[in-house]
Write a protein that binds this ligand. Structure first.
Ligand SMILES: Cc1cc2nc3c(=O)[nH]c(=O)nc-3n(C[C@H](O)[C@H](O)[C@H](O)COP(=O)(O)OP(=O)(O)OC[C@H]3O[C@@H](n4cnc5c(N)ncnc54)[C@H](O)[C@@H]3O)c2cc1C
Length: 464
């Protein structure tokens, strides 16, 4: 078939591209190809079974309309300092302006008007003072919290809006490759249940998200699309009782802290904090099980979880960060029979594994009940483990009790952001007609920034 614009991936980056084209009055025909299901057909069986069923061919948590956003916690970071490196490409001012604009669209589609992290300046000062003493940087970032269940409603309304405005969405189709003739991208090859489809378009937008990062890397290598290996983040998901995090939760909702602990002085940071939230498991197509976390607007647990991540860069002779992180994940999965491993912080310091009966004795009960008690240090590289331990000890000065012996560490928490595609400020790659957006492009790391990249792409395509 022929169209004006084909978008691969119906995550925030892809859908905001289409949405902004419509809002700017573009009459161009838009096709979206999404390997997962429409939002109303996405459902994680774990809600009924209580246990991850390793869904095939795709995990419903990360795949389908609205991408990894549908079941995500829906925390929209309203500062350009958070959510990826896009401001380096387009400038901080444009990034912030577009965040403010995109935030208004989320509000139009039903997002909560309340913004977290801006109400108590005195308490914020106190937290910052402690962070400075501990050698950590506190990043100011107002948060609009959609909540997992509300996020689905908002994205459902967006899905309806796109369909009503003539966007054609092909669900269940996977993009296999791009059509490249004489150095120009002329569309894509897609496939559903063995049936092939060729979609020709003047513009091809690839926005395949974190789970499509590896696929995009292979496409870049095959077609000489200029890119550079970026970083991967390796870390753990930490869980404590709400009482421990009470102050930070109340004042900031999400406390974003960055440190460079000794002896390696690598960048280590907190990410994706979920007050009253739940630790979750997500599965990649290759069977890799990784840990994540989210929180509902209404349903609350007794715990708060957040990720602690260490960035990893490589140079000569090895530069395959995704493959490296995958090996770490596979080793950890192997020790937990393809589930998530969990260990108490005190046991890590004591050099012993954790047993299930020891978890049962704690104040803190894992919000991921099928996590397997064991020894994450048997699979975590020494540098990453040392960074995590020393960062947790520093965090204890900001949040007393954070480094208690019953604090839980889940592994593997991996973020694949590699393969930063080289583009100009209008998101043109070195292949004419091809644009790469969102988390798979390496330039974003969150809902808001991926949406912002979509908005800017949509404006460009509308005026083209
Ligand atoms: C559990 C969880 C919680 C999260 N919580 C937050 C949060 O609170 N705040 C925040 O800012 N971020 C959060 N994130 C991250 C956020 O969801 C992502 O950063 C964001 O969704 C990235 O948007 P994207 O459009 O780049 O990609 P995605 O949302 O990943 O969408 C990509 C889409 O492309 C599709 N696709 C991939 N490959 C192909 C192919 N070959 N053919 C066709 N379709 C394909 C996928 O099925 C997917 O639907 C969370 C993520 C998870 C998993």
């Amino acid at each position: 078939m022929k169209t004006d614009v084909v978008i691969v991936g119906a995550g925030p980056a892809g859908i905001f591209t289409a949405m902004e084209m419509i809002r700017k009055g573009s009459k161009k025909h838009i096709v979206i190809v999404e390997q997962g299901a429409p939002i109303e057909k996405r459902s994680c069986p774990k809600n009924k079974t209580g246990k991850c069923m390793n869904c095939k061919p795709f995990c419903h948590i990360t795949t389908g309309f609205s991408g990894a956003g549908a079941f995500s916690d829906g925390k929209l970071s309203l500062s350009h300092e958070v959510g990826g490196d896009l401001p380096d490409l387009i400038g901080a001012e444009t990034a912030q302006k577009t965040i403010d604009y995109t935030d208004k669209i989320y509000l139009e589609f039903g997002a909560d008007t309340h913004v977290e992290g801006i109400s108590d300046a005195e308490a914020l000062k106190e937290i910052r003072k402690r962070a400075i003493k501990a050698g950590l940087k506190l990043v100011d970032c107002p948060i609009r919290h959609l909540g997992t269940e509300k996020a689905q409603g908002i994205y459902h309304a967006i899905e309806q809006y796109l369909l009503e405005n003539g966007v054609e969405i092909f669900f269940g189709y996977s993009c296999r490759n791009i059509i490249l003739e004489n150095g120009v991208c002329l569309g894509i090859y897609a496939e559903k249940d063995g049936e092939q489809m060729e979609i020709r378009a003047a513009h091809t937008v690839v926005a395949t998200g974190r789970r499509g990062a590896e696929w995009l890397e292979s496409i870049c290598a095959e077609h000489a699309i200029t890119h550079q290996p970026g970083t991967v983040d390796i870390g753990v998901r930490v869980e404590v009782r709400n009482e421990i995090m009470e102050k930070v939760n109340k004042v900031l909702y999400e406390g974003k802290l960055i440190g460079y602990p000794k002896p390696f002085k690598n960048k280590v940071r907190t990410f994706c904090q979920n007050p009253g939230g739940f630790v979750s498991q997500e599965n990649y197509d290759n069977g890799l099980a990784v840990v994540n976390g989210h929180s509902y607007k209404e349903l609350k647990s007794e715990n708060t979880n957040l990720a602690i991540l260490c960035s990893h860069n490589f140079s000569y002779p090895f530069n395959q960060p995704i493959a490296y992180a995958q090996k770490v994940g596979e080793l950890t999965n192997m020790l937990a029979e393809n589930h998530i491993l969990v260990q108490r912080f005190g046991d890590i310091l004591d050099g012993k594994r954790t047993w299930q009966k020891e978890l049962d004795q704690s104040n803190l009960h894992p919000s991921l009940p099928d996590a397997v008690a064991g020894d994450i240090t048997a699979a975590m590289p020494y540098r990453a483990m040392t960074n995590i331990i020393n960062f947790i000890l520093a965090m204890d000065e900001v949040v007393p009790g954070f480094a208690s012996s019953e604090t839980l560490l889940y592994s593997p928490e991996l973020k694949f952001y590699s393969n930063k595609v080289k583009m100009d400020t209008d998101f043109n790659t070195n292949v004419a007609g091809l644009h790469c957006l969102g988390d798979s492009s390496g330039w974003t790391r969150g809902l808001m920034m991926a949406s912002v990249m979509g908005v800017l792409m949509g404006r460009k395509l509308a005026e083209d």
